[in-house]
Design a protein around this ligand. Structure first.
Ligand code: NAP
Length: 447
């Protein structure tokens, strides 16, 4: 893949890039099937992604007619790579076996290794015979909705497709590698004013937050809405805050340190709650929640913004869902896409039905939503929230940081890119948007 890097960095044309030979193997971050029992009996918190994630050479898979090879300059860590690397709640090899049953092309994915990663920025180096809109040399970012466009269930909202998958999690050949295999309908133009690693960190979390808050498929935020955002400087939350501010809403960010409160203020979110300092104990013990604590939390929100949240942006799950349902305003919406702290959820249904609240489920984003979310980045209306960057060889360490909540925003991973800062094609737009805004999390992360 070195030849591709040299060609890309020296400004070679698409034809020149398309004429280079694709190698037989490439460097990739993988988990191994014969290690999927390695953490047997170990508590979740002690399962160590650094032990399970390896960087090794793997064979380049055959290219299907509707696919492209992308030379990956940079990628990013998502929480799904943490799940894969601790084999929870299930080893992802089961997903690959299921995909293998679908077609001859699906069969390629069922291997003794799983190349992980659900974000990437890079350059198209080959396209299959059925690809119309993309060609070698195109600078792209990849979104992770892996969907079969020959299935009728995919044609109202692709996220409702019966065999919808997340690339690099429920499929093989993901983005934490020097090469990625993607369907053509995962490609989007790379925001020209961003470096490779700044461009690579957004698609998964930014698109998910966009669908949860903005799209007609989920909470449909409107001007003036108060939006309570859990993990407001985390991967999802860092974009959610920006979407709420852009849409004329009032974000209330929950975080867990004074440093993160400061970051929220710099991001433009005035109302911030430090959940650690407040010491909320929503669960008295493993089985019993404490309504008095929900009430104290609700009062704290009202004290900051004068009212209850119209929307609660949920993803921590078991630890917070009871409080989220309680705190939402009468008629409000709790929009959820995850359950980091546990997926068996408990809340008091009386607070839901008597006050006509609703819980709305959301999951990643369809192509249109991902494209619109990407356009917000490309036009400088949403900023990347990259806070740290690791080389591909240290993917395990980067995933460890996310597993233990030691990070802010997104952690980027350099794949082919030799160092940070390469790949900026539109310095004028960059200057217009403002270096300070683009690098806010990065500067904060290096404190
Ligand atoms: P992240 O970068 O780790 O951020 C999550 C934030 O949540 C943390 O920064 C932390 O913030 C907060 N948090 C963690 N545990 C908490 C708890 N027990 N109570 C309250 N707050 C807690 O992760 P992410 O990328 O935002 O992803 C969050 C979850 O969403 C993960 O489970 C991920 O798998 C899932 N996800 C789902 C989709 C989808 O399409 N369905 C897409 C993206 C992510 P503080 O410590 O500062 O409060």
């Amino acid at each position: 893949m070195r030849e591709f890097l040299e060609a890309i960095e020296s400004g070679a044309s698409g034809d020149e890039i398309g004429a280079l030979a694709v190698p037989e193997s490439y460097r990739a971050a993988v988990v191994l099937k014969d290690e999927m029992e390695m953490f047997g009996g170990v508590p979740s918190d002690d399962k160590d992604p650094r032990k399970a994630l390896h960087v090794q050479d793997v064979a380049v898979p055959e290219l299907a007619p509707d696919e492209a090879y992308v030379a990956v300059l940079a990628s990013a860590i998502n929480f799904n790579t943490v799940w894969t690397s601790i084999f929870e709640p299930l080893p992802t090899f089961g997903f690959l076996q299921r995909l293998a049953k679908e077609s001859v092309w699906g069969k390629r994915h069922d291997l003794p290794y799983h190349v992980v990663g659900s974000d990437a920025a890079g350059v198209v180096i080959r396209v299959g015979s059925a690809v119309r809109n993309w060609k070698p040399g195109d600078r792209v970012v990849v979104h992770c909705n892996y969907v079969d466009d020959q299935d009728p269930s995919a044609h109202d909202d692709a996220m409702l497709a019966t065999n919808q998958r997340i690339w690099g999690f429920e499929s093989n050949f993901g983005g934490l590698a020097d090469l990625a295999l993607v369907r053509a309908n995962q490609l989007m133009p790379k925001p020209a004013h961003l470096s490779w690693e700044e461009a690579a960190c957004n698609a998964l979390c930014n698109s998910t937050s966009y669908r949860m808050l903005v799209s007609h498929n989920a909470a449909q935020m409107k001007q003036g809405d108060i939006v309570l955002i859990w993990g407001a400087t985390g991967g999802l939350g860092g974009y959610a805050v920006q979407h709420v501010l852009n849409g004329g809403g009032v974000p209330v960010g929950v975080v867990s340190s004074p440093d993160k409160v400061e970051l929220l203020h710099e991001l433009g979110c005035d109302a911030a709650i430090d959940r650690k300092a407040a010491g909320y104990k929503f669960w008295k013990d493993e089985h019993t929640q404490d309504e008095a604590e929900w009430r104290r939390f609700g009062k704290d929100i009202r004290a900051l913004v004068g009212d209850d949240p119209n929307i609660v942006f949920e993803h921590p799950g078991r630890q917070t869902m009871g409080a989220s349902v309680f705190a939402a305003a009468r008629g409000g919406t709790i929009v959820t896409c995850a359950a980091t702290s546990g997926y068996m959820i408990e809340y008091d249904n009386r607070h839901l039905w008597m006050k006509l609240k609703r819980i709305v489920a959301s999951h990643f984003a369809n192509y249109k939503e991902a494209w619109e979310a990407n356009r917000l980045l490309a036009t400088g209306k949403v900023q990347p929230i990259l806070s740290a960057v690791y080389p591909l060889e240290q993917t395990g360490e980067a995933a460890y940081q996310v597993h233990h909540n030691l990070h802010e925003g997104k952690i980027g991973v350099l794949c082919l890119a030799p160092e940070e800062g390469h790949g900026i094609d539109d310095p004028e737009l960059r200057e217009k948007v403002g270096e300070d805004r683009i690098t806010l999390f990065r500067r904060h992360g290096s404190h």
